[in-house]
Design a binder for this molecule. Structure first.
Ligand code: FES
Ligand SMILES: [Fe+2]
Length: 410
């Protein structure tokens, strides 16, 4: 049953205030959408050896991502099977003794979640019934996806699209160069809507807009995009655009989109001076002047350049707080200081993320006002409108919103 709301959502308009402010609606978002879908937990290079682990959060939940002795990565709920304490209280590291020991009463778990030891339990206690609960986990092109659902949407379409897009960019064998987290005092949907549209790029992101043609309306950039696509093809780079985003996802499949877009002349990547940032990755033998955007599910977004990658993870924490984690990927052999400079590598998406945090928080402040009314999305906010249409559809909220046709630009 849906939480009670004051205003009815309208197709093509931003959502009524309650959707961005009501704690009951946030709980509904968690139950009916966020915990049911897949989201990216990070990259496998963060857990290269047996025992390596890191924590990820979503809402009130904490999950241990760790590599077990059999080489597999596991996603274990960080809730002790004794009396519920957090088991792992360190954000990342290597598990001493090949497992996790609860700090409360010292129940000890293996890297696969199995309970190894529990002191002074009564006869009849069965350790095998007290493993840490495990989440669904899939690794696609080095990206770790997890879902809290018992039967989450299928990842066949996403796997196929990522094998091409992330595959050409060599992400399966990439490594994490840097990660940064931004705490945004806003509802997660405002953060996602902002990511999914580039209407704000010209006014709010001068650094991005000078480098990416995506900041311009599609009508102004069609010729540039065609020329860039022909150039990429001539260099042997073949990445298919895919539009299985939101309501365009096939029935039972997780949402997936892939979109190629050109960089402006004089810029081969997202650097301050337009020059290369790091060794070329995957199938790239030259810079081709393009970038690839892809999105899986509601909160996991990715951007690939020929010489580095960027993972955007939106992590809803509460109705008015969202963490945005940005992870930079480079070629596994790239050495900081020799092959790439962290300052140059992270510059564009650091400054862009700081700008985004500011504009999203201002958006939330205005939405909190009693005078806020939902407003119409522009043509350049098609993907934000599609996100909202999908969101409402997931919650089973009327009015029925029409399936949108593919659009060349966000
Ligand atoms: S709550 Fe973990 S050992 Fe008691
Ligand atoms: Fe932005």
């Amino acid at each position: 049953m849906n939480a009670v709301i004051g205003q009815t959502p309208r197709a093509g308009y931003s959502l009524p205030r309650e959707y961005y402010t009501d704690p009951a609606l946030f709980e509904q978002d968690m139950e009916r959408l966020l915990l049911r879908h897949w989201f990216c937990a990070g990259h496998v290079s963060s857990v290269p050896a047996t025992g390596d682990f890191f924590l990820v959060d979503l809402g009130r939940e904490s999950v241990i991502l760790c590599r077990a002795a059999d080489g597999a990565v596991h996603a274990l709920l960080n809730v002790c099977r004794h009396r519920g304490s957090r088991v792992c209280v360190t954000r990342s590291g290597s598990a001493a003794g090949g497992g996790f020991t609860c700090p409360y009463h010292a129940w000890s778990y293996g890297l696969d979640g199995r309970l190894r030891a529990a002191r002074e339990m009564p006869s009849g206690f069965r350790r095998e019934d007290s493993s840490l609960k495990a989440l669904q986990l899939r690794v696609l092109e080095g990206l770790i996806f997890i879902s809290f659902a018992d039967a989450p949407p299928a990842l066949d379409d996403a796997a196929r699209a990522l094998a091409n897009a992330a595959g050409v960019h060599g992400w399966a064998s990439a490594k994490v160069a840097h990660r940064a987290s931004f705490e945004i005092r806003a509802n997660w949907k405002l953060a996602v809507e902002n990511y999914m549209e580039c209407y704000h790029c010209q006014p709010s992101h001068p650094e991005f807009a000078r480098r990416h043609v995506l900041a311009r309306p599609a009508t102004q950039t069609a010729e540039l995009e065609r020329t860039a696509a022909a150039h990429s093809a001539a260099l042997g780079i073949h990445i298919e655009d895919v539009d299985g985003y939101g309501l365009n996802a096939r029935a039972g499949q997780e949402s997936i989109s892939v979109m190629r877009s050109a960089l402006h002349a004089g810029h081969v990547t997202a650097s301050p001076d337009g020059q290369p940032l790091a060794p070329l990755m995957g199938e790239f033998k030259q810079h081709d002047g393009s970038s690839t955007y892809f999105d899986v599910g509601p909160t996991s977004d990715f951007l690939a350049y020929p010489d580095h990658g960027v993972i955007y993870r939106f992590i809803p924490r509460s109705v008015d707080r969202t963490d945005m984690e940005v992870i930079w990927l480079v070629h596994a052999d790239s050495v900081e200081g020799r092959d790439h400079s962290l300052e140059r590598l992270t510059w564009l998406w650091q400054v862009t993320s700081v700008e985004d945090k500011l504009i999203i928080e201002r958006n939330q402040e205005g939405v909190n006002s009693r005078y806020y009314e939902p407003g119409p999305y522009s043509l350049q906010e098609d993907y934000a409108a599609r996100f909202v249409a999908w969101y409402l559809d997931e919650l089973g909220i009327s009015p029925p919103l029409q399936r949108r046709v593919a659009s060349p630009a966000r």
